[in-house]
Design a protein around this ligand. Structure first.
Ligand code: COA
Length: 180
């Protein structure tokens, strides 16, 4: 079996971006994984997804990576660059420049294959090429599978915890491009 190809999304792929997001927020773990719901994502019009695709494919401060198994999209991560002193997606002030990993999803049949590591590596390379050496992410306290997956990839808890709209979360960080 050929491993799925990992690459950045393209501007024209707004429908695929939408459909993968709808799959992700429909996952049984979604309530401890994502800050939005199927209803909220379904409420967005096509222009919203076109703008999302433009940013995810072209921006210098955000990028979405996907894994493609033939024509089927089977995983994704998004990386958001944060400047020191700027607010992050939850309005918290960023103490030093970092790359936030959000929107992490691997389709059930691809779980446990190492695909997440390849998606994170693509995001880490992209951030490192822009001079941002540290990756950071938030994970729900009860999302044990995600925490285990992140630990395997070198993420460690910072000790910071906070309450988000989906409940208690913890912060994990990792040097960006491992081995660089
Ligand atoms: C989180 C996610 C991206 C991880 O990818 P993955 O391919 O499933 O991760 P892996 O299989 O490499 O690693 C998960 C580890 O947790 C273990 N695990 C599985 N279920 C577990 C559980 N309930 N509790 C603790 N560990 C668990 C797995 O056995 C594996 O460890 P191992 O390789 O030592 O056996 C994927 O499961 C997913 O998309 N989940 C739904 C969405 C989500 O939670 N996103 C993250 C939001 S922060």
């Amino acid at each position: 079996m050929t491993a799925p190809a990992v690459r950045r999304v393209r501007t024209a792929e707004w429908r695929e971006i939408r459909d993968l997001r709808l799959e992700a927020v429909g996952d049984p773990a979604a309530s401890i994984a994502f800050l939005s719901t199927v209803e909220q994502e379904r409420a967005h019009d096509d222009d919203f997804w076109r703008r999302r695709a433009a940013g995810a494919s072209l921006s210098d401060s955000a990028a979405q990576f996907i894994a493609e198994d033939g024509s089927r999209w089977v995983g994704t991560v998004t990386v958001l660059l944060r400047e020191q002193g700027a607010p992050d997606h939850l309005g918290r002030t960023v103490s030093r420049a970092r790359a936030d990993i959000v929107g992490v999803y691997v389709s059930p049949r691809q779980r446990g294959t190492g695909l997440l590591g390849r998606l994170i590596a693509a995001a880490a390379d992209w951030a490192a090429d822009r001079g941002v050496p540290e990756l950071s992410l938030d994970v729900h306290r009860d999302n044990e599978r995600a925490q285990a997956a992140y630990r395997k990839l070198g993420f460690v808890p910072t000790g910071e915890t906070f309450a988000s709209t989906i409940g208690p979360e913890l912060v994990m960080v990792r040097p960006g491009r491992v081995g660089a």
